[in-house]
Design a protein around this ligand. Structure first.
Ligand code: FEO
Length: 170
């Protein structure tokens, strides 16, 4: 059995990760509408990764004898009026997710739940990568995105991104 607060936060994170998947799916749809299939691909892979994250939290709870309670997923409902806007929202969102992971870690640390801390270590590292990848994308967009040829090249590069399942298995 896990500490009640730790279990509640882990359960809530399933919802947050699925919401993240939803946000990224909306961004993929936006870029698809705009004819930028590479950006669409990049964000669709983000969606797949967020779904994976949700399933990892689910599996961890079940493996520890906890019940999973699924809640309503918030509607993303954002609209974007330029190609850079989803990138900014994505970075802001990843920073928010980092704060959530840190809060769970903090709760686990306060009750000496070493098992959960070890489980979360992967997510701490993952959040560092997620923030960096999104920040790098913004930088490259700022360098090349304002020129049609540069945008085409960047879109082609993003189109080559391939999904790979998370390295963490439970
Ligand atoms: Fe599941 Fe992008 O954090």
């Amino acid at each position: 059995m896990l500490d009640k607060k730790v279990a509640e936060l882990l359960n809530a994170q399933i919802n947050k990760e699925l919401y993240s998947a939803y946000i990224y799916l909306e961004m993929a749809d936006y870029y698809s509408d705009e004819g930028l299939g590479g950006f669409e691909n990049w964000f669709y892979i983000q969606t797949q990764e967020e779904r994976d994250h949700a399933m990892l939290f689910r599996a961890y709870l079940l493996n520890n004898g906890e019940k999973v309670t699924l809640d309503t997923i918030e509607k993303p409902g954002k609209s974007y009026d330029n190609f850079r806007a989803p990138l900014e929202t994505a970075l802001e969102h990843e920073r928010y997710v980092t704060s959530l992971i840190n809060a769970i870690y903090d709760a686990a640390y306060s009750v000496k739940d070493f098992r959960t801390m070890q489980f979360l270590d992967w997510f701490v590292k993952e959040q560092c990568e997620e923030e960096k990848n999104t920040d790098d994308l913004i930088k490259r967009f700022d360098l090349f995105g304002s020129d049609a040829k540069g945008l085409y090249m960047l879109d082609s590069e993003l189109g080559a991104r391939v999904y790979s399942a998370p390295s963490l298995t439970l």
